[in-house]
Design a protein around this ligand. Sequence first.
Ligand SMILES: C[S@@+](CC[C@H](N)C(=O)[O-])C[C@H]1O[C@@H](n2cnc3c(N)ncnc32)[C@H](O)[C@@H]1O
Length: 170
Amino acid sequence: MGFDILLLITIIIIGTLAWGGIRGAPWVPTHRKDESRIVALARPPAGARVADLGCGTGGVLAAFARAGCRVTGWELALVPWCIAWLRLRRFTGSHVRLGDFWGKSLSEFDVVYLFLFPRAYARLAEQLRRELRPGARVLASAWPLPGWDPECVDRAPGRIPIYVYRVPRV
Ligand SMILES: C[S@@+](CC[C@H](N)C(=O)[O-])C[C@H]1O[C@@H](n2cnc3c(N)ncnc32)[C@H](O)[C@@H]1O
């Protein structure tokens, strides 16, 4: 492989990682120990549809898929997306999209998981309120979702806080 090709591949890999950081948050995976904790907090019914907006290497989605959920992730960074795609390919009903989650409809999901910068939460708060069905859950890692009242905040010692929200049944 020529130097030019290697350089181009490196630029694409680093460029897509940087683009993810600009569009929502850089790639920092949810800790392995927190994956099952997040599924337990979400309490998804069998066959629930779960989205991870910026799914990284797909660890959280894989935990939901093992619990019998149909999962969808969007990811901008090429290498994390490849890993997530390989990880999730054996689960039927799972989709790992290479692309931007902004502008995508979220109305079909029963659970939406977020681990992004606060500015992305501020932008998503209104869309989630508009599109999610009553009873749907949103789990936000690290920071609260502006304008939403949490059902609970899970602060396990030494672990990242998880804010759990439920769309009210009117
Ligand atoms: C903090 S990491 C969280 C990864 C994963 N959700 C997890 O918990 O392990 C945020 C990820 O979101 C991706 N991302 C940020 N903005 C995005 C966007 N607008 N569309 C798709 N992916 C995005 C980044 O590339 C990064 O991999």
